[in-house]
Design a protein around this ligand. Sequence first.
Ligand code: CO
Length: 431
Amino acid sequence: MSEIGRQKENISYIGELFDFIDNSPTCFHAVENMRQELEAAGYQRLSEKCPWKVVMGGNYYVIRNDSALIAFSIPKEGHKGFHIVAAHSDSPCFKLKELPEFCVEEHYLKWNVEKYGGMILSTWLDRPLSAAGRVVVKGADGMVTKLVNINRNTAVIPNVAIHMNRDMNKGIEYNPQTDMPPLIGDVTGKGGYLSLLAKEAGVKEEEILGQDIFLYNRDKCSRLGLEEEYICGPRLDDLACAYAGLKALVEEEPGHYITMLAVFDNEEVGSGTKQGADSTFLRDVLSRIRNGLQLTEEEYQCMLAESFLISADNAHAVHPNHPEKTDSVNKSWLNEGIVIKYHGSQRYATDAYSAAVMKDICREAGVPFQAYANRSDIAGGSTLGNILMAQVSMNTVDIGLPQLAMHSAFETAGAKDLDWLIRALSVFYKR
Ligand code: CO
């Protein structure tokens, strides 16, 4: 069923988003779940290590580092340029250190963790946690990655009791080295972590040569509110936008442009890795499509100038207890539409031209949009759009879904906004 058809019949994508997020505890799992959806939709995998054969009417995807993915669909005839949606696969969390186990006075066993990204530390306390990620083992033809997920409640970072710190409710400064290591059991379980990972991966302990393992919140996504008008759960930033892009891509035939979804890793730590937005990943894929379609450099440059990028990363909604944190006019609300982000110093790439294109897309899709700018005395965050422009330059708009508690272990967003975003991205791809 086409995207627009589904929207007309009022079938929401919320349930599918919940399944996607619940089954994607890390960036690696998110990319694997997207890979499965792309395969089911007939997309063909390309390897960066082999020559590409791409043809008109073909659907393809490529994965880098198991944690970033670019999928694209080439129209059957004609291609004026590229219509790209960008999002990110990672979320702030804790990463387990290479040697992750340590003891407390020969009684407790803890995981040795460090921060990944700009997280709200307190939100990780007093809730069931577990660990997931990837391990690398040596295969017959080189190194092989295996995804792992200790899929049960395994760890907790307990608060100090109020009786032991009467100033607890006056604000606490958390030290990530001493306050945040999670308890994983009695000291009798020492060494059990590696055997658990090996069992999950289906290999022997000594075969594991490398590991990228992260803590994750065990909470599932759900609806919330008197009228169930909100959605809540972990990793909404930015898996909600990644999923919206995926659904729009696979369900909409490309119009006159090559349609693309680019999901990068490491946005939360500055994007400066080979699989981040500041890498050559997008540029490499674009130029290999160029080679595959046997375009001249001149034709390719004309296509880039004709292209458009929607950088989709969640935005701040007005906080119910602290409305003063947002600009008095340029502010966004849950369930009131796609947020177009503006920034005077261009940390958001939106300008008059790209805003006009985005508003036109929203109008055609029949979905509401709203404007966001930071308070002029608050720095705000950065995102993918302007980082990508250093590698490949094209007209770009920064947008997102409005949400609360960004970078908490548990975030809240509007139930209506996701479907609106999918509808708008479908119009964008269809153009
Ligand atoms: Co984000």
